[in-house]
Design a protein around this ligand. Structure first.
Ligand SMILES: O=C(O)C1=C[C@@H](OP(=O)(O)O)[C@@H](O)[C@H](O)C1
Ligand SMILES: C=C(OP(=O)(O)O)C(=O)O
Length: 451
């Protein structure tokens, strides 16, 4: 693989990191790194395609490097280099009609659920046997949601009955198309089934209980695969040929949520986050903050491929009010629930996130972790069935000397860091280095925005 070795030399962090208050309010223009979901798809779709794709703005993070390493092991030729702005750009030459090669050993997906689950769909239509594994966190995450539909299509997984990684998948050149009702709104599940469906015989259709992110439906046609997409339905007809495409990745709204929420909480702040994906299936956090009374607005500025792109303007808002986030909207903000819960902790009244059961099976049990972290702050938060309730306190004072445990989860590490960055006293975050999974330069970027 010709991918430049180290991500733009991000800061190294020890077991405990002291996060000091920012030296002033957040102001000016911010840029966040490339979207993680779109980066994974760009790399993986390019690897599946015939010919050489050109990719720019790709996120350079541990998770995306897991996808790059995986497609290389499967026979694609990625040639991506770190750019002056810290992104990855270059080419990926795919295996195309020849299919992936038999890898020499197990493929380690690291901490990345998206890598592992999308790869299962990639491998399914080809006569190869691939062992997929990951770090301790990924080995705890449920995989049956992916293996069940792929087995219906004709792929095999061993050991039989095992629901977690490591798993060995054997694909089938005679994959069957399926019509599938997904039990949960998951773009990883939807994408795995659609990617298998590209090479299955017939029309593969997936229905979901609520709309999940639709980057796959938007990007597959760019790679020459006609895709039907509606609010809760997507389908592809195979076998289809995938051909190389050029992809420019816009900024990641899930990373943007951190400076946005920091600006809301830090008095005097006024900030614009430029060039982020404004896909409606990703910007549920903006709509939720609007409903809480936040001074926030989005500006649409065009498209990157089929992805809507633009800016988010936000200013410090002294009084926020709690709200109810309906279950149907959770998929559109699923990775932002931790940081939204922190904002809710300062709002007047109770905020209820309906049916957030999916949070229990992310990098850690984020539901339990949010409640544990808010309790340190003296904020009452509790589970009510699968709902998360947070009783806000607009007069919240952060006690000195708090130590938050990230549990090795990048979204939690950044959420608890905001307590220190936007407050009056430092906080300690354990295992802060896991931010490298999605946003390696998070702390430097936040410090740069403080004026
Ligand atoms: O498809 C994707 O790129 C992702 C989908 C979501 O997971 P689920 O599909 O499990 O909801 C999200 O939490 C994850 O960060 C990325
Ligand atoms: C859940 C996440 O990613 P993944 O499922 O790819 O590990 C995330 O980035 O918050």
């Amino acid at each position: 693989m010709s991918t430049s070795p180290a991500p733009g030399a991000p800061r190294a962090f020890g077991p405990e990191t002291l996060i000091e208050p920012l030296c002033g309010p957040l102001a000016g223009e911010a840029r966040v790194p490339g979207d993680k979901s779109i980066s994974h798809r760009a790399v993986i779709f390019a690897a599946m395609a015939e010919g050489t794709s050109r990719l720019t703005g790709v996120l350079d993070s541990q998770d995306v490097r897991s996808s790059i390493g995986a497609v290389h092991a499967l026979g694609a030729a990625p040639d991506l280099a770190v750019q002056p702005d810290g992104s990855l750009a270059g080419t990926v030459t795919g295996w195309g009609a020849a299919g992936p090669r038999q890898p020499a050993g197990p493929i380690d997906c690291g901490n990345s659920g998206t890598t592992a689950r999308l790869l299962m769909g990639v491998v399914a239509p080809w006569p190869v046997t691939v062992e997929l594994t990951g770090d301790e966190s990924l080995q705890r995450r449920p995989m049956r949601r992916i293996t069940a539909p792929l087995m219906k299509m004709g792929a095999r997984f061993e050991p039989a009955g095992r629901e977690t990684l490591p798993l060995t998948e054997t694909g089938s050149a005679a994959l069957r198309a399926i019509d599938y009702d997904a039990p949960m709104a998951s773009a990883q599940l939807k994408t795995a089934v659609l990617l298998a469906g590209v090479f299955a015989h017939g029309t593969t259709t997936l229905r979901e209980p609520a709309p999940s992110r639709n980057h796959t439906e938007l990007m597959l046609p760019e790679f020459g695969v006609p895709t039907t997409a509606a609010a809760r339905l997507a389908s592809v007809t195979g076998p289809a040929a995938m051909t190389a495409a050029d992809v420019t990745v816009p900024g990641d709204p899930s990373s943007a949520a951190f400076p946005v929420c920091a600006a809301l909480m830090r008095p005097g702040s006024r900030l614009t986050v430029e060039n982020v994906s404004l896909a409606p299936a990703r910007t549920g956090f903006v709509r939720t903050l609007e409903r809480m009374g936040a001074d926030i607005a989005v500006r649409h500025e065009g498209q990157e491929g089929k992805e809507p792109r633009g800016a988010i303007d936000v200013a410090y808002t002294p009084v926020l009010r709690g709200c109810e986030v309906p279950a149907q909207h959770i998929a559109s903000l699923v990775d932002e629930v931790p940081v939204l819960a922190l904002v809710a902790a300062r709002a007047r009244g109770v905020t209820v996130f309906k049916d957030v059961s999916e949070l229990r099976v992310k990098e850690t049990d984020r539901l339990a972790a949010i409640i544990e972290g808010l309790a340190l702050l003296g904020v009452e938060a509790w589970e009510d069935g699968d709902d998360l309730c947070v009783e806000g306190d607009p007069a919240l004072e952060v006690p000195a000397g708090l130590v938050f445990d990230s549990r090795g989860d990048h979204r939690l590490a950044m959420t608890w860091a905001l307590v220190g960055l936007t407050g009056q006293v430092p906080v300690t975050v354990r295992d802060f280095g896991c931010v490298a999974v999605s946003y390696p330069n998070f702390l430097d970027d936040m410090e740069r925005l403080a004026k």
